[in-house]
Design a protein around this ligand. Structure first.
Ligand code: FA5
Length: 350
């Protein structure tokens, strides 16, 4: 068969099909046209396709291309007619009827992450003890993370191997009075004690605040350590704050959060920003687990934020939120909190 004969057969089929499809008025008539043109056994397209075999080899690519174009145009015209007649939106399209009386599919509900639950719970307990919630940035400068906290230049806590230093411009951080005294390198804060400084720099005394948030340290993950974890910082500054009040607040907090039967202990310790300092442990699973550090605000810290240590005193504490959460929910491996395994996390639905 000659190519021009083949092409003109296709053109007249397309013309006729388009004209009929433009005028079709019922879904039954449309279905007849669909069978007439695209029917798998004896549709017009099928018959023309068979003629392809008799086309000269050199004309076959052009004939095939033309055939595909016409087939696509007829299918598009069929789709337009279907849409115009509203065919295919329900029963005809899927062969399945829509039953509005069937119950809907229930969407799977998420649950609140145990750490989020813990953060809210801690805020609630500390709120009852008169502490206001404050926030601070996770990207910090060295003034707030170290210098103002009495951590000298050569202190091991400033080692690049123990911190996540960033190539971040300091101008991106919130301004504060002491910030112009420090080098420019920023870091992901390694402790929430940074917020003590920010609050004392900007808020009037007396102060009684907590601050909860993420901190970052390049610690190798194990059952009780993770490189990103949360801390709750507490700070109370007033005229005559004493170590006895610190112990009372931490004991009241632990009893309220962990339950009346919890055993906690204070161990003498050292932090550059508190003097004296203690480490706070609770008894769990046959061993003492450290859940925080605390102490009386060091006079050098008061000096760095312009507070007179002769007139004011204060205590501060920083507790590991994951450790508290694990104790309360009976979680034995901190890594389970961050695997994003819904089967694990949904156990703690409220
Ligand atoms: C501090 O971070 C001090 N800023 C706490 C402080 C605040 C002392 C105010 C005095 C006054 P420390 O490095 O010990 O201290 O961390 C506090 C708690 O964070 C630890 O007791 C522990 O519960 C938790 N913690 C520390 N490292 C990790 C880690 N890698 N993963 C999970 N929790 C951790």
């Amino acid at each position: 068969m000659a190519l021009d004969q083949f092409v003109s057969a296709l053109d007249s089929m397309l013309q006729e099909a388009c004209a009929s499809l433009l005028e079709v008025q019922s879904s039954e008539a449309l279905e007849q046209l669909r069978v007439r043109y695209t029917g798998a056994k004896s549709g017009a397209l099928k018959s023309v396709q068979k003629m392809l075999g008799s086309i000269d080899v050199k004309d076959k690519p052009a004939a095939g291309k033309k055939f595909n174009e016409v087939r696509d145009s007829i299918e598009a015209a069929l789709a337009d007619a279907s849409q115009r007649l509203g065919v295919g939106s329900s029963k005809q399209a899927s062969g399945v009827s829509f039953d509005p009386t069937l119950p809907g599919l229930r969407p799977r509900l998420g649950t609140i992450h145990p750490i989020t639950q813990t953060l809210e719970h801690l805020k609630e307990i500390m709120g009852r003890l008169g502490f206001n919630v404050t926030e601070g940035p996770e990207i910090e400068d060295q003034w707030h993370n170290f210098v103002a906290l009495n951590i000298p230049e050569d202190h091991p806590a400033r080692d690049p191997l123990d911190n996540f230093y960033l190539a971040t411009a300091k101008s991106a951080l919130p301004r504060s009075s002491g910030s112009n005294q420090v080098p420019e390198a920023c870091l992901l804060r390694s402790q929430t004690s940074t917020v003590q400084i920010r609050v004392m720099e900007t808020q009037p005394l007396p102060l009684r605040i907590i601050s909860l948030g993420r901190v970052y340290r390049p610690d190798a993950p194990d059952a009780t350590h993770f490189p990103m974890f949360h801390q709750m910082e507490g700070l109370w500054v007033d005229r005559n704050v004493t170590m006895a009040q610190l112990k009372s607040v931490l004991r009241l907090f632990a009893t309220s959060y962990l339950g009346g039967d919890v055993s906690i202990r204070f161990r003498p310790s050292f932090f550059p920003f508190t003097e004296p300092s203690v480490e706070v442990d609770y008894w769990w699973n046959g061993q003492w687990v450290e859940f925080g550090g605390a102490g009386m605000v060091d006079p050098n810290v008061f000096h760095s934020v312009g507070i007179d240590p002769e007139a004011w005193s204060g205590f501060a504490f920083g507790l590991g939120v994951e450790r508290l959460c694990m104790r309360r929910f009976g979680i034995t491996d901190i890594r389970d909190l961050y695997r994003s395994d819904v089967r694990f996390l949904s156990q703690f639905a409220t």
